[in-house]
Ligand binder design. Structure first.
Ligand code: CP3
Length: 330
């Protein structure tokens, strides 16, 4: 079975010979071929230039034969298309001006999909190149995680000024809907919503500030494709995330896949969840840990093998290869 069909079959809960495999942050700094391109262009230029973004997206697929290609982009691209200035340096992303008053919120516009056309174009090219050879994944940040970056101090704002936070969450949600729809229209096979900062919320806060906005996106987009939601530090929130209407839960390593399965509907898919730190151990230990993760899950319907968070900077390329090959040869 070709990789795209295998991936889609797993998303549909059909029985498969082995689980499909890909890695969050599979494109990036740990790859020498990425470093080569990065030496010549800055991060935003790489995201905005379809030929470069296509090339970087395909690098991990060519090297490891993963079953899915996630488009090279960033969850903060929509912030720029709403009017903030976005830059990246060695410390990470910088957004300005940060949103912390009604005035700065008012100045923010709703996302204009014309401003993110480069992403849709990148996806269309990837779709043409990949055909059925690999599934294509599009993504966005959750409204909460996106808003947290846009404010730069999300946790205090919840306590200080929930009114501004709510208004921002609504604006971000209304912006992410056409952004996700544009990716679906460009031909992605799955959308993953990264709620990386969701795990900082209490259950009550998650119910108020994250869950309904993710649910709104999933409910509103013309849903031809499955949606996965990733949340970091999600072990106390997993049943709530399952209420977003997502098809697949992408979990970190703080909960085993078996334990996670007991907390969610049996028709919901699971993705994950090897600790990315394990990729710094010996190849033999990596294979053992991957086999242990797969032992009771590999043939469970609705399972996609992945890490529990993104590949870390400095991860040996051989380790990623050992992880992918262990899944592919079970
Ligand atoms: O997974 C992939 O290979 C596709 C591309 C992708 C990137 N960012 C490229 C990137 C994806 C899916 C993301 C998501 C993203 N971006 C998240 C959510 C998932 C997660 O990892 O928690 C978040 C929180 C961001 C915001 C962001 N972008 C940060 C905090 C940073 C700096 C720190 C870091 O992890 O590198 C980035 C930069 C970034 N985004 C890089 C890449 C390849 C590194 C840029 C470089 O220095 O080369």
């Amino acid at each position: 079975m070709d990789s795209r069909r295998l991936f889609l079959a797993a998303c549909r809960h059909e029985r498969v010979d082995r689980p499909p495999v890909w890695l969050m942050r599979q494109a990036g700094r740990y790859l020498p071929e990425y470093q080569k391109i990065k030496a010549r262009y800055d991060f935003m230029e790489m995201c905005r230039t379809p030929d470069l973004a296509v090339e970087i997206s395909l690098q991990p697929w060519r090297r490891f034969g993963v079953d899915a290609v996630i488009v090279f982009s960033d969850i903060l691209i929509p912030c720029e298309a709403m009017g903030q200035v976005l830059s990246f340096d060695e410390q990470g992303p910088h957004l300005s001006p940060l949103i912390h008053s009604e005035d700065s919120l008012k100045k923010l516009s709703l996302l204009d999909p014309e401003k993110t056309r480069f992403l849709f174009e990148t996806l269309s090219i990837l779709k043409r190149e990949l055909k059925d050879k690999a599934a294509l994944i599009g993504f966005c940040g959750s409204p909460w995680t996106t808003a947290a970056y846009m404010m730069g101090k999300a946790n205090t704002v919840i306590k200080e000024d929930p009114k501004i936070l709510r208004a921002l969450l609504e604006k971000v949600t209304r912006s992410l809907i056409p952004y996700v729809q544009g990716q679906i229209d460009a031909g992605v096979d799955m959308i993953q919503i990264f709620d990386t900062w969701g795990g900082r919320l209490s259950r009550e806060e998650y119910r108020r500030f994250s869950l309904p906005y993710i649910a709104e996106i999933i409910k509103t987009v013309d849903k031809k494709v499955p949606v996965a939601v990733y949340c970091q530090n999600s072990c106390t929130l997993i049943d709530l995330i399952a209420q977003t209407g997502c098809d697949i839960l992408s979990i970190d390593w703080t909960l085993s896949l078996q334990e996670a399965r007991q907390k969610i509907p049996s028709t919901m898919g699971l993705q994950g969840n090897l600790d990315p730190q394990i990729l710094f151990q010996s190849l033999e230990d990596i294979r053992k840990s991957t086999q242990a993760m797969l032992a009771s899950n590999a043939r469970h319907p609705g399972y996609i093998a992945n890490l529990g968070h993104g590949v870390m900077k400095g991860t040996p390329v051989e380790s990623v290869k050992a992880f992918v090959e262990t899944v592919r040869t079970i």
